[in-house]
Design a protein around this ligand. Structure first.
Ligand code: PHB
Length: 640
């Protein structure tokens, strides 16, 4: 396995890089309300610099309050931001990294609640029906924005960063001028492609004048916006040529705008390396380096992209959240140690709330406070449950020097995550289980499969601590007729052979699990009816997954009934109630209940007062997602 392309040097303008892995901008929302880097933000980037990435981009950084995208956006909108930015730059440099600051004006993709002033755009059209209508920019205001980009780039340079990236992608202001989707102007800044490109080029030229010929300037574009009437790759290639002619040192080819739905952060439903053809097309149109991005997580695939001449550098975003040390591990051939991103987009969901969680890397976003120290006095620790939470706890506790045994009642590790990997396109979840299994074995954990831990085992074995990671059990509502209906749980469904599932299936409960079960069954050609008491399906899932599942169930012909309650069940039938009252539906061969989970606490109850230290993590404490179990497991394991 050679990675000679990805680990070969390249230059972007005067910036010399020793490898071609780039961390793209990702909005953490860790900045202070003033837009200064916080210690938490600095620690997060420092760790990624330590991991050996060729260069990292900051998240998009605001050039003006008018273009502030969110309350905790990083800002470089005044000279007061220079010294705080320098702290971030210095931290990355001390870790031997390189840092490029991406500068942005959000245009219409923000709200006046954030900017405290009217939002602006080329034309007064909201990005989606639900969004705020922006004000059309007048020409003198446009000139002010050009100047603000130039001043911001100069501040980036003064802060000591290695370069600046101009955000011309994702539907933000510069992109929205480039795109006929958002630009309906009839003056010098709208109309044909040269006119729509005018602002981007004026900004690039003004920045270039301000930072000088030798300062690296990258432009980021959406190769395709994936919306009707939006930018397509042919136009992007022409824009790319114009940017090259006007002094860009490299082009970073992304995709989408805020109306493009789930492709914005392609989840596991979308193929890996999805936007590479866009970069490839741009590369054929220019001579400067082209960077590709979009669900790239495998260093071997990244290397192949470069070897095949499709791009010159490869951005890996979520993959570097999952494992900041991916570059160094790949360079030294330690592929088995790379924590795999599963493209579940929990990171995006948490970023939006101003926090951070990564389903596979509990340390992400907690680099500042995370401490791993060897245990002062090694303990005998027993863990009940081999799901992701139990596995993570076992791995870290054993690495700290504890003597750890993990008990799993089935024949396989992975818990419910193994079943979560059954629906279409979700098999990548198994990568994380395989990874945890390798880590647990490498850490010297003793694994007992096919073994239900009991109180008498504990009394006999006398561990110092027991950790309950037994997960959750499906809730079986007490509807009249449920027993004779033969209804099965969604867990049962996913463990069954397809031949054991009837042709017409009723699924009750359309949270994530029920909706994915509907996807699974309809893909197998079953006729599916899905009932949900809320007014929306997959409501707890991150918007990308929800958006995908809604579209998918529609195209698969699943009959979805929201705001509908079940009153009773029968053999192949149900009494349901919606706004029109009660009625009976029937003709089902299989009924599946996806009505949520309750903690499995039998072992916990039986161990009270029988062991010196007793802990409970994950679903066994309160049913939630694997992410919570992994996070709680690691927190416990570093402290115990
Ligand atoms: C986001 O916050 O999800 C975000 C921010 C900037 C981008 C794209 C996405 O360019």
């Amino acid at each position: 396995m050679t990675l000679d392309r990805i680990f070969s040097p390249i230059s972007i303008g005067t910036m010399k890089l020793d490898n071609r892995i780039v961390m793209p901008p990702m909005a953490t929302n860790f900045a202070s309300p003033e837009g200064f880097p916080t210690d938490r933000l600095i620690a997060y980037y420092r760790e990624r610099a330590r991991g050996g990435v060729g260069y990292l981009n900051t998240e998009h950084t605001g050039i003006l309050l008018q273009g502030k995208a969110s309350a905790n956006m990083l800002m470089i909108s005044s000279d007061e931001h220079i010294m705080p930015m320098r702290r971030l730059v210095d931290a990355v440099h001390e870790a031997m990294g390189k840092i490029v600051v991406q500068i942005n004006h959000a245009g219409r993709q923000t709200s006046s609640a954030v900017t405290k002033m009217p939002i602006v755009a080329p034309s007064p059209i909201p990005v989606t029906e639900a969004a705020e209508t922006p004000c059309e920019l007048a020409i003198p205001e446009i000139e002010g924005i050009v100047e603000a980009f130039a001043a911001a780039a100069e501040r980036v340079q003064k802060a000591g960063a290695d370069g600046v990236e101009l955000h011309m992608a994702h539907g933000y202001l510069l992109c929205s001028f480039l795109s006929p989707f958002s630009n309906r102007r009839t003056d010098a800044y709208g109309g044909d492609l040269p006119r729509r490109s005018r602002l981007a080029i004026e900004v690039l030229r003004a920045v270039r004048r301000r930072v000088g010929r030798d300062y690296p300037v990258v432009c980021r574009l959406s190769g395709d916006e994936y919306v009707e009437g939006g930018l397509k790759i042919d136009e992007t290639c022409r824009i790319a040529s114009l940017l090259e002619e006007n002094g860009a040192d490299a082009l970073h080819i992304s995709a989408c705008n805020a109306a493009s739905g789930y492709l914005n952060h392609p989840p596991y439903y979308v193929q890996e390396c999805v936007f590479v053809p866009l970069a490839e097309a741009v590369k054929a149109a220019v001579r400067i380096p082209v960077i590709t991005v979009g669900r790239i997580k495998d260093p071997l695939k990244a290397d192949r992209i470069i070897r095949e001449g499709k791009a010159d550098l490869v951005s890996m975003g979520r993959a570097l959240i999952a494992d900041p040390h991916l570059p160094e591990k790949a360079r030294t051939g330690r592929f088995d140690e790379i924590t795999p991103c599963i493209s579940c987009n929990r990171c995006v969901q948490y970023f939006r709330k101003g926090g951070m969680r990564c389903a596979v890397n509990p340390e992400a976003g907690y680099e500042e406070t995370f401490r791993f120290v060897k245990a002062a006095s090694p303990k005998k620790i027993w863990i009940a449950g081999g799901g992701p939470g139990g596995l993570k706890t076992a791995e870290i506790a054993a690495q700290r020097g504890h003597r750890v045994t993990l008990f799993e009642k089935t024949l396989q590790l992975g818990g419910k995550m193994r079943l979560a990997a059954v629906p279409p396109k979700k098999e990548g979840l198994l990568d994380f289980i395989d990874y945890l299994e390798r880590r647990v074995k490498a850490s010297g954990v003793k694994i007992e499969l096919d073994m239900s831990l009991t109180a008498s085992h504990v009394e006999e074995g006398k561990p110092d601590a027991v950790i309950i990671a037994t997960g959750a059990l499906p809730i079986r509502p007490n509807w009249p007729g449920i027993e004779e209906s033969g209804a099965i749980s969604v867990e049962d469904l996913l463990s069954r052979k397809p031949a054991q599932i009837g042709q017409r299936v009723l699924i009750i409960g359309a949270g994530g699990a029920g909706s994915e079960a509907a996807d699974y069954l309809s893909e197998m050609g079953r006729k599916v009816t899905l009932i949900e008491m809320l007014d929306s399906i997959a409501a707890e899932l991150v918007t990308h997954l929800q958006h995908y599942l809604k579209l998918r169930l529609k195209t698969q012909g699943v009959q979805v009934m929201t705001s509908t309650r079940v009153k009773a069940l029968g053999r192949g039938s149900a009494i349901i109630e919606d706004k029109d009252g009660e009625r009976r539906i029937d003709g089902f061969d299989t009924i599946v209940i996806a009505a949520g989970w309750k903690p499995d606490q039998d072992l916990l109850m039986s161990l009270r007062d029988k062991v010196p230290e007793l802990y409970v993590i994950g679903d066994a404490s309160k049913p939630r997602e694997a992410l919570e179990a992994v996070f709680e497991g690691e927190q416990l394991a570093v402290a115990i």
